[in-house]
Design a protein around this ligand. Structure first.
Ligand code: DNO
Length: 361
């Protein structure tokens, strides 16, 4: 396994690369360029980002959030131009050593929470929180306004202002698009980009819907094993994989995460892993927990054991941390709790490898 950390670039991420390098066992980043969905990622911008990362002694073989333009998801005639940009971005990223691109195919919203800083009464820390009841009362425009307000000036991944400015129009356009239409548009996209990925040695890794069910009546087609079985069949190739995010899929207790990891790992369809824990509070109601198994409802040992057994060479990042020790940071993406998460995941990994293989490399 390669332990990585999400980093937003020195302009918008307050965490210095030096600190990331100092986390035990950290090999590199799941990198990010602050670009609008549909834009071409120019070579010079990628080079500048990579130079900075490499100079800090880190790798960057995974890039996250090359966001798919809404016109591609909606299947509009303008999609071909955006797909051409996507292909050019894939080619440019490959030139700088990128092996995996994490993306998603969720209409309009990427991940969604109803509170970005819910206090955890037991210890006074705070974490991302979701309660569908609050959502019902809020509506899409209200949630976008609240999320922007609560993010303390930090841009949030998947919440690009340019895209959300068109929210009302986009929501209207989706009224006539059902899950089958979305899947058809997804296939059109994959048919265009996967052959290029095969040629340049990149794997596309689709992130699950977060939370793992449809919201605001929008079609969502990536939140269960069954959905991903269909997704990998849309264009059957080792380059068409998923980014198995334990906390996103795990927000629905019906998703048995270790078993889903085994299923797709055995098929060699896991491109990357996001590892985090969830505490269930009721129906469609949860908060994010520290990574430790006993502080949430996911069995992190069983998750790491499944990774060990079926995709031991995959890229992992500790996903969303709580805010602890009075850190002021991007919600979900502070330094401290994610670093603790990495240390814990490394600990599990060492024990699992020692027990099962007699050694840990
Ligand atoms: C949330 C992240 C997602 C993920 C995208 C990939 O915190 O896990 O924003 O990066 O869905 O496109």
């Amino acid at each position: 396994m390669k332990m990585t950390f999400r980093w937003y670039g020195s302009k918008i991420d307050p965490i210095p690369l030096k600190y990331i390098r100092q986390i035990p066992g950290m090999s590199g980043l799941m990198g990010f360029l602050d670009k609008a969905a549909g834009d071409n990622w120019e070579e010079e911008e990628i080079k500048a980002y990579m130079d900075e990362v490499h100079a800090a002694g880190l790798e960057c073989e995974v890039i996250e959030s090359v966001n798919v333009h809404e016109d591609i998801k909606m299947g509009l005639p303008s999609r071909d131009a955006y797909i051409a940009n996507y292909i050019s971005t894939i080619r440019n990223l490959a030139k700088y050593g990128v092996k995996v691109i994490v993306y998603n195919f969720m209409p309009v919203f990427d991940w969604l929470r109803t509170d970005l800083a819910r206090i955890i009464p037991e210890d006074g820390s705070n974490s991302l929180y979701f309660d569908e009841k609050d959502l019902g009362e809020m509506g899409p425009l209200e949630i976008v306004r609240k999320t922007a307000e609560d993010s303390h000036g930090f841009t949030l991944p998947g919440w690009e202002p340019e895209r959300l400015a068109l929210l009302e129009t986009t929501l209207k356009q989706y009224e006539n698009i059902g899950p089958d239409d979305l899947r058809r548009n997804f296939k059109y996209f994959l048919d265009a980009v996967i052959p290029v990925c095969e040629e340049v040695g990149i794997r596309m890794a689709c992130h699950p819907d977060d939370p793992a069910w449809p919201i605001f009546g929008l079609p969502r087609i990536c939140h269960s094993q069954d959905d991903f079985d269909k997704m990998v069949q849309l264009h059957d190739s080792p380059a068409n994989t998923l980014c198995l995010c334990t906390g996103s899929l795990g927000s629905n207790p019906e998703n048995d995460i270790p078993s889903i990891i085994r299923h797709f790992g055995e098929m060699d369809r896991i491109g990357a892993m996001h590892v985090r824990n969830i505490k269930f509070l009721g129906y469609h109601h949860f908060r994010e927990a520290s990574h430790l198994s006993r502080e949430g409802d996911l069995d992190m040992f069983a998750i790491m054991e499944a990774i060990h057994d079926v995709c031991p060479d995959t890229y992992i990042r500790p996903d969303h941390g709580r805010m602890i020790w009075d850190e002021k940071g991007r919600p979900g993406y502070g330094l401290y709790d994610r670093a603790l998460g990495a240390a814990y995941i490394n600990g599990l990994w060492e024990s699992i490898c020692r027990i099962k293989d007699g050694k840990c490399e």
